[in-house]
Design a protein around this ligand. Structure first.
Ligand code: HEM
Length: 329
């Protein structure tokens, strides 16, 4: 059984992490940033997302992924939410982002905040809070979110295609991408645990099932029985409609099931399977897969999410507070 720790014992190290940001931009984010200008911001976000998830509980994964895809391209500046303008294709038009969902929910929450406190709360902060609350409502951990991010005005499909980690990534490539965002190998193995939530489209993993290489029809790092099962669902690499749960059986619940699947060579993407090819990430997967360290994973995930939420943020006089998240002011 996982040891139960008091909320204070869990939150203290997180508070220290929030204060310990070394770059000046990070130092300007603050828990309670809107305490004078929009004191109910967290309550409003929470109430709205509770309403949204009560009718669509499967949105937890998409909302968490939106925040990740925002932070990995131009930092957490809500650039992922912007629509294309003129001939400029936006991040959301890039191939890896075409499967993103949840934009309408962000707009709903932002509209409530605009009604309560006009021109005050950034879309980047809304997205960060929604990702945290989505995890909490999916029975995952709570972490304090430092606020004060500002919204960017540039969104480029090419940048998104170049900078988001691909599903076929191996450890050297994934590490390189994470390190370029100021994150490390531990963040990689811990944040990959987000794949406990949500679903994936067949083309994201079909390359592992058909004509994998000249030597193998399917990816030898994928459990062969599981590959047979997946082939029943995903009949061809072009099957764009079929969805598979990444943590089958509990894809709406934030838990450690993902690590048990990966440990059994049943992770859906090559990036998941890659975690078994490096000693550090393999040890972590196998340890959490025992089910005896759920509290360790919850704490690690909270810490890594705080770090990810600090990536490349705009603060102070940088950027703007968008009125509508899909268009610059
Ligand atoms: C390590 C590199 C990563 C790779 C290569 C990767 C790749 C992918 C791919 C290919 C999908 C499926 C898209 C689809 O077919 O619809 C997906 C889904 C998802 N990813 Fe990742 N991911 C990574 C890291 C992360 C991180 C860091 C997070 C969040 C902290 C995250 C959260 C999610 C979630 C929640 C989903 C499910 C979304 C839904 O249900 O619509 N992923 N990821």
């Amino acid at each position: 059984m996982a040891t139960v720790r008091s909320p204070v014992a869990l939150l203290l190290p997180l508070a220290i992490l929030l204060l310990a940001g070394s770059s000046p931009a990070v130092a300007q984010l603050e828990v309670g940033y809107y305490s004078k200008t929009c004191p109910n911001v967290e309550v409003i976000v929470r109430e709205e997302i509770e309403k949204i998830m009560s009718v669509a509980p499967s949105l937890a994964g998409p909302l968490l992924r939106l925040h990740f895809h925002d932070c990995f391209v131009r930092g957490c500046d809500a650039s992922v939410l912007l629509n294309a303008t003129g001939s400029n294709l936006a991040e959301k038009d890039a191939e890896p982002n075409r499967s993103l969902r949840g934009f309408g929910s962000v707009d709903k929450v932002k509209a409530k905040l605009e009604a309560a406190c006009p021109n005050t709360v950034s879309c980047a902060d809304v997205l960060t809070l929604m990702a945290r609350d989505a995890v909490v409502l999916a029975k995952g951990p709570f972490w304090p979110v430092a606020l004060g991010r500002r919204d960017g005005s540039v969104s480029s499909a090419t940048e998104a295609a170049d900078q988001l980690p691909p599903a076929y990534g191996d450890i050297p490539l994934l590490t390189k991408i994470f390190v370029s965002k100021g994150l490390d190998l531990k963040d990689l193995v811990v944040l990959s645990g987000a794949h406990t939530l949500g679903t994936a489209h067949c083309p994201s993993y079909a390359g592992r099932l058909y004509n994998f290489s000249s030597a193998y029809n399917s990816d030898p790092s994928l459990d062969s029985e599981y590959a047979d099962k997946l082939r029943m669902r995903c009949k061809s690499a072009n099957d764009k409609a079929m969805l598979s749960e990444m943590d089958p059986g509990s894809y709406k619940t934030f838990d450690t099931g993902y690590y048990r699947h990966v440990a059994k060579r049943r992770g859906l993407f090559q990036s998941d399977a890659a975690l078994l090819t490096d000693a550090t990430t393999r040890d972590y997967v196998q340890r959490i897969a025992t089910g005896k360290f759920d509290d360790v994973f919850f704490k690690d995930f909270s810490e890594s999410m705080i770090r990810m939420g600090n990536v490349g943020v705009l603060t102070g006089a940088q950027g703007e507070i968008r009125k509508k998240c899909y268009i610059v002011n």
